[in-house]
Design a binder for this molecule. Structure first.
Ligand SMILES: [Zn+2]
Ligand SMILES: [Zn+2]
Length: 454
């Protein structure tokens, strides 16, 4: 766990300059910016009476590889300074192993221009050390651990297939592969204890002994407490977290996005303490020795609240979209290995009305690709297969609306119908054929047919 400096409003180099000036380096200044020379900050130190120059390469974000270190090494050699020189690469992110090995080798070989590497974690320690206020909303948490975005024992699109299993008239094998995107969303889990006793002249009137654990979305803007089931997903699977390896996940998912933490751990901690203080503040009614009833507001002090742990992790949000004919079916969930919390189920939902959820029956319309509820799915008269009201061509036969995939099927049935004897035509309307409405209706229908109205 380290910090990542987001630095909206002022440059990373400015902060680095401040940091090193505070650490006691001399003549700290920013080098003139040239296109490909990596010397962002120049400074000096005096060791045993010898003044030494340090060329500091500042890398704002991400992972710093060996080429950066190598380039700085040759940059130092040509840097104009009358005396010994060394280098430093400072990043808010991390260094790759080859970068680290390269720098280590320079040290081991007593290279005249050794290079020191400072990553985000080092930077945070340094900032703490010198009491420099880097924590005004511009320093983010850098976290490289995530809950697992998929279950390695199943396909990445297994949750989508599972949802489609509830849809009548479509086979999993016939489904196109969904487009899968994963967004790694930063969350912070805070565990805090609140212990307070509120005393009056009649003794203790209120006690708080509470351990609270909550999980917040920790992106830009205000922290947002996650839903209870999502919080449980995070806390119950926290121990199974793995390294966030974008490259590896890039092979599993079509799109990979990594959001950044919006605030520092310290800020989330302060936010949590304030929130708990408000949460535990209550008005207590009690009766004094004089038999008078009092109302007292019991608000715990900030010192009554201690944050036991504050942990950061990425929570993968998966968006899988299945395109079938004219329709696109989104399915979204937070994942932690085989466990997940569904946030959007566009599969178990009628495209023609508000009907949704796992308790309804849905049927796939092979004519247009719709998934529809029982009210919006009909039987195609000619093929005797499901068709939805959205795409069906309709016409009334025997006073009853019939549904067809297209004009062609309708025309074919018209011909078929024209050939039918009367009693068979009547069967086209179950209600009429049911007989309960008696012969009168049959007679009317007969008359209509004879007069050419139907
Ligand atoms: Zn419907
Ligand atoms: Zn349809």
């Amino acid at each position: 766990m380290a910090v990542l400096d987001e630095l909206s409003g002022f440059e990373f180099e400015d902060v680095i300059e401040d940091v090193f000036r505070n650490l006691g380096y001399e003549n700290v200044r920013q080098a003139e910016k040239t296109a490909d020379e990596g010397r962002d900050v120049i400074m000096e130190e005096v060791v045993d009476g010898t003044r030494r120059a340090i060329v500091v390469e500042c890398k704002h974000t991400g992972t710093v590889g060996r080429p950066v270190v190598q380039k700085l090494h040759s940059g130092i050699a040509t840097f104009d300074f009358d005396g010994p020189k060394r280098g430093m690469v400072v990043t808010t992110g991390r260094f790759t192993s080859p970068a680290q090995e390269y720098a280590d080798r320079l040290q081991q070989n007593d290279d005249p221009h050794p290079i020191e590497l400072l990553d985000g974690e080092d930077l945070r320690e340094i900032a703490d050390e010198i009491g420099l206020d880097l924590y005004n909303g511009r320093i983010e948490i850098l976290c490289d651990e995530t809950l697992r975005p998929y279950d390695p024992a199943a396909d990445v699109d297994a949750p989508v297939q599972e949802a489609f299993r509830d849809i009548e008239n479509i086979e999993a094998a016939d489904l196109p592969t969904p487009h899968s995107a994963v967004t790694f969303r930063p969350v912070v889990a805070v565990t805090a204890d609140t212990n307070a006793v509120f005393e009056t002249s009649v003794g203790a009137i209120h006690r708080i002994n509470d351990r609270t654990q909550f999980v917040v979305h920790a992106e830009r803007g205000h922290p947002l407490v996650v839903d209870e089931d999502v919080a449980a997903l995070v806390t119950e699977n926290f121990h199974t977290r793995i390294e966030l390896d974008s490259e590896q996940f890039g092979e599993m998912f079509d799109d990979v996005e990594e959001r950044r933490f919006g605030q520092t751990q310290t800020e989330y901690k302060e936010w949590a303490v304030e929130r708990l203080q408000q949460h535990h503040t209550t008005t207590v009614t009690y009766t004094g020795d004089n038999n008078v009833t009092y109302n007292k507001t019991c608000e715990p002090n900030l010192s009554d609240i201690s944050v036991r742990s504050i942990e950061s992790v990425y929570l993968p949000e998966i968006q899988q979209t299945t395109e079938i004919l004219e329709y696109s079916y989104p399915y979204e969930y937070y994942a932690a290995g085989p466990s997940r919390v569904t946030t959007e189920d566009g599969i178990r939902r009628c495209v023609h009305c508000e009907t949704s959820g796992v308790d309804e029956t849905y049927t796939y319309c092979p004519n247009c690709g719709a998934i529809a509820c029982d009210n919006h799915i009909k039987t195609e008269r000619l093929e005797c297969e499901p068709v939805c009201i959205g795409c069906a061509v309709t016409e009334r036969f025997a006073l009853k609306t019939k549904y067809f995939y297209d004009e062609e099927n309708l025309e074919a049935f018209r011909e078929e119908y024209a050939e039918m004897p009367l009693h068979q035509k009547v069967i086209e309307n179950k209600w009429l054929a049911g007989g309960s409405v008696v012969a009168t209706l049959l007679l009317i229908v007969g008359l209509l047919v004879v007069t050419g109205i139907i």
